[in-house]
Design a protein around this ligand. Structure first.
Ligand code: 13P
Length: 245
């Protein structure tokens, strides 16, 4: 499996011009030994799709509707089929910011994963514990619960382990803590999806930067990175990609 370096632009850059400039800067990058994926906000998807066409850089969205309908009376929602039409191949689901701020439950994330797969998109499902949960020694149990609840039967896609307390804080778990969680997730996936667990990449996310990427990406069971802040600076995002061996 090739390493995947994914950029979650979140609600950034603030203007379309910024998103286009970032896509242009990525377009200039040389051939890579890793796969790259960028996930701009909905409003920038069409422009970024046009700019990245032919580069081999994949395009993802940051959410999709839970309904399997391609269209319908769902004000404000965007279906997975609509995203597919725009050239989107991946969709981030259940990011901790959506779980916290939009009150997304595991059941909602699972329904979205089903809808995404039905439309031919690759779901990228996020899991991760809060600081209080880790302090209480419950990190692995919380993540196991999120995996059980968020991944539909027959899941085919990508998982991202993103400890909530490491997101945007500059804090990261130790290499040993990341390795232990990824080993636990791999074991969990092997039990639930014996035939395809080896083909389900598990990314690490949370304050991945050019300076720590090599160490994180070298860990067993880490299939790549989901990058927030550093994905908004083309040079940093490409440096993270270059750090993968
Ligand atoms: P940071 O890389 O900014 O910590 O964000 C991680 C993240 O939430 C990616 O989805």
């Amino acid at each position: 499996m090739r390493t995947l370096i994914a950029g979650n632009w979140k609600m950034n850059p603030p203007g379309l011009a910024g998103a286009e400039a970032l896509a242009r800067a990525l377009r200039l990058s040389a051939a890579r030994a890793v796969d790259l994926l960028v996930c701009p906000p909905f409003t920038a998807l069409a422009s970024v799709a046009a700019l990245l066409r032919g580069t081999g850089i994949a395009l993802g969205a940051q959410d999709c509707a839970a309904t399997g309908e391609a269209g319908g009376a769902h004000t404000g929602e965007i279906s997975a089929a609509m995203l597919r039409d725009l050239g989107v191949s991946h969709v981030i689901l259940g990011h901790s910011e959506r779980r916290a701020h939009q009150a997304e439950s595991d059941a909602t994330v699972r329904a979205k994963a089903v809808a995404a797969a039905a439309a031919g998109l690759i779901p990228l499902v996020c899991v991760g514990e809060t600081e209080a949960e880790r302090r209480a020694g419950r990190a692995q149990a919380v993540v196991a619960g999120q995996l059980a609840g968020s991944l539909p039967d027959g899941f085919s896609g990508i998982i991202a382990y993103e400890p909530v307390w490491a997101i945007g804080t500059g804090l990261t778990p130790s290499a040993g803590e990341i390795a232990a969680m990824h080993a636990a997730i791999a074991a969990d996936l092997a039990t639930r999806f014996p035939a395809r667990a080896a083909a389900l990449p598990v990314l690490y996310g949370g304050s991945v930067k050019p300076g720590n990427a090599a160490e994180v990406l070298a860990l067993a069971h880490v299939g790549g990175a989901l990058v927030g802040g550093a994905s908004l600076v083309a040079e940093d995002f490409l440096a993270i990609a270059a750090a993968a061996r």
